[in-house]
Design a protein around this ligand. Sequence first.
Ligand code: PLP
Length: 447
Amino acid sequence: MLNNSLIELDRAHLVHPVASYRGHEKRGVRVLKSGRGASVTDSTGHTLVDGFAGLWCVNAGYGQDSIVEAATRQMRELPYATGYFGLGSEPAIRLAAELADRAPGDLNHIYFTLGGSDAVDSTIRFIRYYYHAKGTPKKDQFISVEQGYHGSSTAGSGLTALPVFHTGFGVPYDWQHKIPSHYAYRNPVGSEPQAIIDASVAALRAKVNELGAERVAAFYVEPIQGSGGVLVPPKGWMKAMRDVCRELDILFVADEVITGFGRTGPLFACLEDEIVPDFMTTAKGLTSGYVPMGAVFMSDRVYNTIADGAGMAAIGHGYTYSAHPVSAAVGLECLSLYENGLLENGVRAGKRLTAGLQSLADHPLVGDVRGRGMLAAIELVTDKQRKTPLPAAADPSRRIFDRAWENGLVIRAFANGVIGYAPPLCCTDDDIDRIIDRTQMTLDQTL
Ligand code: PLP
């Protein structure tokens, strides 16, 4: 009864993110009621393993009492403090310092946002400001990678290279450019790692050459492309791209909104890739989805150029909720959980997840298995030899998502027949085994 009326209210009033509005009205909402560890329960009492940690964000898992207590304590003491007028709050200052301490290289300056899209959007503004401050304002062209996702803000959606974020909106803009993805499974240069790296390096050089290096501001990458279908570049790809940017005097932005905070193993994927970007964007695992927050990390060089360029003038970029103290208190507690066992558990569980998914590689529908740590995908095909995608007309992603749901598993079913996994880092062996068993059951039903 309650459920039915909620479905009606949802249909009438709640506009959902990235959804077919008419399709959603037809199907009706599934209401999630509670969560504990790696599991969630819906309003009908159906309990599922959350193989996707919400939206690749609940890295710490559900029901972490210490996070709830940190937020409650901060709300009681001081629920809000602005960063305007030279004011601040203790948790925000402490979180910035702790993050700078753990960030790669000289990424010592942290600007807090409300999530990933506005973190990316902020980098676009900071980068423009940086070049104005340097006296090279003509460097105003931005390059990103096909199949990349960098949020859906007005400017950032153009760096995103997924058609659904462009069609009907009039983006990308003429200052936004793309190079092909490293997508190993379907790469015209084949799957040999060095060939893929060489092709990407050549594509970036060619694009910069076409635009003129004196006009190119920045190059955006995800250490692993998430929303494009969990596309893992070969080892050394990030470093090779970073080196090209340094040589051609282009800022390098690592978008770690998904990969940050233990998703691939370490606190940041850039640490494993052994690179120091000029900017790093994060969100999601920063507060593990308990409250909204994102963070832009800036290098000393970038920060000082911006600061010196402005002198004593104000730099007009900021939000009412920049560096929100409750979010910062949650961020500090998440950091403590990561470093007191969660990262370690994530690495262990990630190995089990990889091995489990690899064991499905012989399934007639599985064309590719890929991932790193607790971020993985299988790509489904109807013909392994030809790598034939599932027929789009049958809306395979919807059917697979629904079947997995009935089998007690939340997955991300991408439109192109890719199934994505990003479970909470707190997963037990049983949780991982359930993810694998229920995936197998779902695939068998899809044959
Ligand atoms: N950047 C990347 C790499 C992402 O995966 C996402 C979201 O999934 C974003 C940016 C946007 O973050 P948000 O949804 O918090 O705005």
